[in-house]
Design a protein around this ligand. Structure first.
Ligand code: GDG
Length: 460
């Protein structure tokens, strides 16, 4: 057991709550589940269900050490808050895609309305000593709303996405009204030093905040708060163990048999334009085009569970990838070999770790990613005696830590194809050396270290 940074109960708030035994493809759910499993606490947020009215009823559940409290959303609130402002406006903006931003004033109003409802419900659930930890871009103004309701508790915020430079952020209509509310938190956590610089720069140059000598920021209206980088991680030891036992699963055996000795390249991503999937498929096609000797020797398995189907861009990318996978197979497949296996389905984590371990190459090439847990999970799942190689985008937060991966620019098909070729041909000694270095990073900074570091800083 790790020591508690403070005696108070931990109250985690996120848009989506991963209820027990739900397999939830998503980094926030994976990480918070692992973080709460050990520390215990209350997890409050949306149930994932729709109802006639937002927040009319509070659903309670207790499992292991976690209390769950969830509310439903009305269809209208879901459309404006979740699909509209959070995922149609903020998500593309935070992922450096102003071209995809769809801004509508009524979506912003829906976003603020749902945050007010969250604040009302949460207000009734918290006690004086509770430490409140709010997650992600869906809930930016929540602390300000809680403060207005008289809440004096420690409140921390963690942003799971990247934060682009101020020059881009200011393109968001009403950015200051929204982003300045972050000053109501006591601690703002981001993944990397680059995100932190962007946050400080925004506050100092766009809002008139100042930096004090002790490193705290003072907002234009005098509130003191801190910002720092806490690279999120995984349950490294747990996943390594899971991967080891997964190998005796029937499903993993079936995958291995089906490969007939071919090398497996694996990608696992929510179906999201930020993950660089079309570019990844193009790079793989480029590899097949220029290296005919690899035909029949390799297979690329891409698992991409659908996500946010209510947002147009997500439906479009799904169609685009179906075309692309079909095109590659149409062009290169043989009667007994398909170069791409493309699956729009979610698998239990237990199986994913076995798939990762079966793959010689982990191909993780987001255009932008706050951290990217799949990269870390791939490394943790490897067989120490015969580890695979990680090919990783420079624009994933994980690239700051996993410097022994083969780092690539995902937009450069030639560079990705080079890295794939190098990974496929890499001698065992070099694979081991790189894997050991990456695994050491993940053993030191696992999900427990992340949670403890954050909560210690929040309670300081
Ligand atoms: C956000 C940020 C940041 C995937 N397919 C299945 C499945 N997954 C799990 C993976 C992994 C998680 O989902 C994905 O996490 P990522 O970090 O890769 O990406 P996002 O969902 O975009 O996460 C990201 C993260 O939050 C944490 O801060 O790293 O940058 O965008 O755990 O294993 N899980 C299951 N079935 C699947 O088919 N059960």
């Amino acid at each position: 057991m790790t020591p508690r940074p403070s005696g108070g109960r931990l109250v985690v708030v996120s848009n989506r709550v991963a209820l027990p035994r739900q397999s939830a493809p998503g980094g926030l759910a994976s990480a918070l589940q692992a973080a709460l499993r050990e520390r215990g606490g209350l997890w409050f947020g949306w149930s994932g269900k729709l109802a006639a009215e937002t927040g009319a009823e509070l659903h309670r559940l207790h499992d292991a050490k976690i209390d769950y409290a969830t509310i439903d959303l009305s269809r209208a609130d879901h459309d404006s808050f979740y699909a509209g402002f959070a995922n149609g406006t903020l998500w593309p903006m935070l992922h450096y895609r102003p071209d995809l931003v769809n801004y509508q004033r009524d979506h912003l109003h829906g976003y603020l309305r749902v945050n007010e409802l969250f604040a009302d419900r949460l207000r009734q659930l918290i006690a004086r000593d509770d430490i409140i930890w709010v997650h992600d871009y869906h809930l930016i103004p929540l602390a300000a709303m809680l403060r207005r309701r008289g809440v004096k508790n420690r409140i921390g915020f963690f942003l799971h996405t990247p934060l682009p430079a101020a020059g881009l952020l200011i393109a968001l209509p009403n950015h200051r009204e929204l982003l300045e509310t972050l000053a109501s938190y006591d601690l703002i956590g981001v993944h990397t030093a680059r995100d932190l610089r962007a946050l400080e720069d925004y506050f100092l140059h766009e809002t008139g905040a100042t930096m004090r000598r002790d490193g705290r920021l003072r907002s234009a209206n005098g509130r003191l708060f801190r910002a720092a980088a806490f690279p999120i991680s995984i349950d490294t030891a747990g996943l390594a163990g899971m991967a080891r036992t997964a190998m005796s699963n029937k499903e993993i055996g079936q995958l291995r048999d089906s490969l007939e000795g071919r090398l497996l390249i694996i990608g696992v991503d929510r179906l999201d334009y930020s993950k660089g999937l079309p570019q990844r498929f193009q790079a793989y096609a480029r590899l097949l085009e220029r290296a005919p000797e690899l035909h029949r020797r390799i297979t690329f398995l891409q698992i991409a569970p659908p996500s946010r189907g209510a947002v147009l861009e997500y439906r479009e990318i799904r169609r685009e990838l179906e075309r692309s996978a079909g095109h590659i197979n149409g062009k290169y497949a043989a009667p007994d070999w398909a170069p791409v296996r493309y699956i729009n389905k979610s698998f239990p984590h237990r199986l994913l770790t076995g798939y990762y371990r079966t793959a010689r190459v982990g191909l993780v090439t987001p255009l932008r990613d706050g951290m990217n847990l799949v990269a870390k999970e791939y490394v943790a799942s490897q067989d120490p005696d015969d580890p695979g190689v990680l090919v990783l985008s420079r624009f994933a937060g994980a690239a700051q830590e996993l410097t022994d991966a083969l780092l690539v620019n995902p937009a450069d098909a030639e560079e990705v194809a080079d890295a794939l070729e190098r990974a496929i041909n890499m001698p065992l000694a070099e694979r081991r050396e790189r894997w050991n270095a990456m695994m050491a990073v993940l053993q030191k900074n696992d999900i427990t270290a992340w949670r403890v570091a954050y909560l210690q800083a929040l309670c300081r």
